[in-house]
Unconditional design. Structure first.
Length: 339
């Protein structure tokens, strides 16, 4: 299952299939006339150029959900709580909202987290799904009780305009965070007032981040233009040093992720309309695809494969063109193709 949201236009919930032709035929039609959907090869693509899709996430199964009413302004990030069947979204309206993925949309009552004074730009959920971390352009980071929507910790740091966050999988207390001041910070949920670790070395600030499953590495992608910046970087938390830098995008590298069960493989998406697969230990470009029709990519999400031994990984990518495209990385053939 996946979810996506748009930056503008109506924010109503619709369901559509992300890979099952039968489900696509029955559930793939948007109920909102402003969000026409077209079926192609068993996948649903959104085409309204006036409705940029800002982010996409995945859980399990084949159905994707998008566009429900919860925020008064555009949504910046989403994170899924698989155990609790919850979806969290943050917005330019300064709030965070928790949505139930179990209750029907007509009866579900979203829970609002209010505490930031400017755009909420980043979210991270702890492995137990009991705590939620958020970051904002107001330079604050907040730790929330996920069940009650109450603040557990709050701190502000001068010039720390937050751009991205990720909970370190193996560290119950540690949240990674990137900002426009060209730093990575690691916050300890028990203390929170000052970073437990800070990493510097950026020229263009990070826009997105992901942590390896062993918690040792942080993968970031950065802002840039005219092929300056726009890079992916992998950092070793244990040493605070950069492992590798990946260059090749020509505009903002808006999204990055480690591929499931393959810590030495990462993927980036960019406003240059390309998606690229990399060796995250050497920086080697393994495969890439360019699709001008997709427009500027805004986010991506990896679909968990059926088996750890599966040599193919599917990736959803959202874009300003109003589309969500599914790509398949075949590591045996070293190919990345639109499904």
């Amino acid at each position: 299952m996946g979810a996506c949201t748009s930056k503008s236009g109506p924010r109503r919930m619709d369901t559509w299939a992300a890979g099952d032709p039968d489900a696509a035929a029955t559930e793939g039609r948007s109920t909102d006339a402003t969000l026409p959907a077209t079926e192609r090869d068993g996948n649903i693509y959104l085409h309204d150029s006036n409705t940029p899709v800002s982010c996409v996430v995945t859980t399990t199964g084949n159905v994707c959900a998008s566009g429900w009413s919860a925020h008064s302004r555009s949504v910046n990030r989403m994170v899924v709580g698989a155990r609790s069947s919850s979806l969290y979204s943050c917005s330019r309206d300064t709030t965070i909202v928790r949505h139930s993925l179990i209750d029907t949309l007509s009866t579900a009552a979203p829970t609002t987290f209010a505490g930031h004074s400017l755009t909420v730009s980043a979210l991270a959920l702890d492995p137990t799904e009991t705590r939620l971390a958020s970051g904002s352009r107001d330079t604050s980071v907040i730790l929330w009780d996920a069940a009650t929507a109450t603040q557990m910790q709050h701190t502000s740091t001068s010039q720390n305009i937050v751009t991205c966050m990720a909970w370190v999988p193996t560290e119950a207390q540690v949240v990674a965070q990137g900002g426009e001041d060209l730093r990575l910070r690691f916050w300890d949920a028990r203390t929170w007032k000052t970073p437990a670790q800070t990493i510097e070395g950026y020229v263009y600030f990070p826009l997105a981040m992901a942590c390896s499953l062993d918690g040792h590495y942080v993968f970031t992608s950065s802002k840039g233009f005219n092929a300056v910046g726009c890079e992916g970087r992998v950092w070793d938390r244990r040493t605070g040093k950069q492992v590798v830098e990946m260059t090749g995008h020509s505009q903002d590298a808006t999204a990055c992720a480690f591929l499931p069960h393959h810590a030495d493989e990462g993927i980036t998406a960019s406003k240059d309309s390309s998606v690229r697969v990399w060796n995250t230990m050497t920086g080697e470009l393994l495969a890439s695809t360019q699709d001008g029709g997709a427009g500027m990519f805004t986010s991506l999400a990896c679909v968990e494969p059926a088996s750890k031994d599966d040599q193919r990984t599917r990736i959803l990518a959202s874009s300003f063109s109003g589309r969500i495209d599914m790509y398949e990385w075949d590591r045996t053939k070293r190919s990345l193709e639109l499904v």
